[in-house]
Structure formats: structure tokens, C-alpha cells
Design a protein around this ligand. Structure first.
Ligand SMILES: [Fe+2]
Ligand SMILES: [Fe+2]
Length: 292
């Protein structure tokens, strides 16, 4: 397997560090019961915390309204690559965590464990597909995007930043912070306009949503598009931007989140046994190739 060593000047040793940090912020309730979570928190080394903090400093400084518009223009013509989903998984798997290859699962394993946990609980097959595809947008890294434009909690741009977003103090470095067009509660938006009219910070959620938007039910599209929008689905912020449709979709976004966060298992699923099921699933919903 090809190892792509991410740019050494980037703060995170691997993008998984952001997800490890999510687990510290939102521990699995089942682990709290067994005190596993507090142990994990205690083992959380200062240097790791510093890299995550530096990652958010960059993210909050650079994710401005203008930046997001530029990335939408750059990526949403889907003229970079056309691949079968299988080839896309291989492509994504070039992102390997070089810091700790023994314990960390590759990207595909995380996707498969998420989808398998969803399947085990008897949810609709399109939700299984969401599990399988939800982090595919991380290929943005392989197109040269820095970590802070691929992963991290997402949030609306073009209006005031919520203090429910992790490390809100770093937003003072963003060009939009003192821009009167963008720093009021509603900014460029109308009250309760609905999230579909709101531009989110650029990253892997929005990108995979845009790639998948013609193929799966609306509930699944919300899961893809907002799975990293923690200040909304975990903290309840941005009430004033929501419409009734968003409120109806929120339980689905919440339903998906634990499968993403808590399905990691050191035992890899038996892929040979699973392959026929997933081959059929992909055939049912997706065309032969996807455009990136
Ligand atoms: Fe994700
Ligand atoms: Fe994920």
C-alpha cells in the first residue's frame, strides 16, 4: 500500500487525531459507565492536545465566507477524477496514519465498521450506504487541501460564529470576525431560512454530500452533510437558522453520529464475507462511477 505522508507542516500527525479528540469531547455513554472514558481522558497527553488546538486555530482563522465560496467553485464542478466506488476506496486508503500504523485502522476499515454497525442494528440499507460513504470526502486531502479544509467540526460561515463551536476564541483571527456583513447573528441569511440556504465551512462533509446528492434519501443526505456539525447536532446552536425541515431531519443526524464515533473495533470485519452484500448495495443506489 502506498503511504502518503501528509505535509509535515500540518499540525495533526493524522486526521484521526481530530476524531480521537471528538471522542474525548463526546465520550461513549457506555464507556462512561465502565470508566473507560475517564481513563482515556487522563491518558490524553498535552502534546496531542496542542496539535489539535493548533489545528483548530488554523481552521477557525481560514474558514471564511470568501474561502468557502472559492472552494465551492473549485470543487463542485467535479472535474478532478471519475472513479468506481471501489477505486475511490483504494484512492482514499492512500491516506494512512504514519504515526501509528499498528493500532489505527485505515480509512476503509472505519467506513466498513460504521456501516456494519448500522446494518447490525437493522436500519434501512441507504443508511448502511451512508456509513460506508460518509468520510469519502477526505480525498480532498489527496487533492492537496490542508487538514483544516478537510476535517474538523463544521459550522456556518457568513454569520456570527457560535460560542458552542470548539475553541471559539480562535475566530477572532478570521477576516469575517470584524466584517459587518458577516458578524451579526444572521449575517447574510434570513431568520429560519433553513440550513440548505446556509454555506457551511468547507470540508469532507459538504463534498461527499454534493457527490451523493442525487442518489440517496434526504435523511441520508443530512447525515452526510452535517455529520461534523457538532455545534448543531450535539450542542443545539443555530436555532435561528433552522426551518421545520431541518428540525425534522435532526433526529436522523443524531441517529447516525454514535455509529461514526463509537463503532471503532480493533477486529477488522471479514471483507470476503461482506463483499457480495456491499456489491449489491452499491449497485442498488449508485452509478458505475462517481465524479470527484
Ligand atoms: Fe467524517
Ligand atoms: Fe467517520
Amino acid at each position: 500500500m502506498t503511504h502518503v505522508i501528509t505535509n509535515q507542516t500540518q499540525p495533526l500527525a493524522s486526521m484521526d487525531e481530530w476524531e480521537d479528540d471528538l471522542l474525548r469531547r463526546y465520550p461513549n455513554p457506555e464507556d462512561i459507565a465502565t470508566s473507560k472514558a475517564t481513563e482515556a481522558y487522563r491518558n490524553y497527553e498535552e502534546p496531542a492536545r496542542d496539535t489539535v488546538k493548533e489545528f483548530y486555530r488554523l481552521n477557525h482563522t481560514h474558514q471564511s465566507f470568501a474561502f468557502v465560496k472559492e472552494k465551492q467553485k473549485e470543487y463542485l464542478s467535479f472535474s478532478r477524477k471519475e472513479m468506481s466506488v471501489w477505486d475511490a476506496f483504494d484512492f482514499l486508503n492512500q491516506l494512512v496514519d504514519d504515526s501509528d500504523p499498528d493500532t489505527d485502522l485505515d480509512q476503509f476499515q472505519h467506513l466498513l465498521q460504521t456501516s456494519e454497525a448500522i446494518r447490525r442494528d437493522g436500519h434501512p440499507d441507504w443508511m448502511v450506504l451512508v456509513g460506508l460513504m460518509h468520510d469519502m470526502g477526505k480525498v480532498l486531502c489527496l487533492f492537496g487541501e490542508p487538514q483544516w479544509a478537510v476535517v474538523g467540526d463544521t459550522f456556518p460561515v457568513g454569520c456570527a460564529y457560535s460560542d458552542k463551536i470548539v475553541y471559539p476564541e480562535f475566530f477572532s483571527e478570521n477576516v469575517d470576525f470584524n466584517d459587518a456583513r458577516y458578524n451579526s447573528e444572521l449575517g447574510v441569511y434570513e431568520k429560519n431560512c433553513g440550513l440548505r440556504k446556509v454555506d457551511m465551512s468547507w470540508g469532507h462533509d459538504e463534498y461527499i454530500y454534493q457527490i451523493m446528492k442525487n442518489y440517496i434519501p434526504e435523511e441520508g443526505l443530512y447525515m452526510l452533510r452535517y455529520h461534523s456539525f457538532y455545534s448543531w447536532h450535539r450542542e443545539g446552536a443555530y436555532e435561528y437558522l433552522l426551518d421545520d425541515h431541518d428540525k425534522a431531519m435532526l433526529p436522523w443526524v443524531k441517529l447516525f453520529n454514535p455509529y461514526d464515533l463509537y463503532s471503532k473495533n480493533p477486529e477488522p470485519p471479514n471483507w470476503d464475507e461482506l463483499r457480495p452484500y456491499y456489491t449489491n448495495l452499491l449497485k442498488k443506489y449508485l452509478p458505475e462511477t462517481l465524479k470527484f
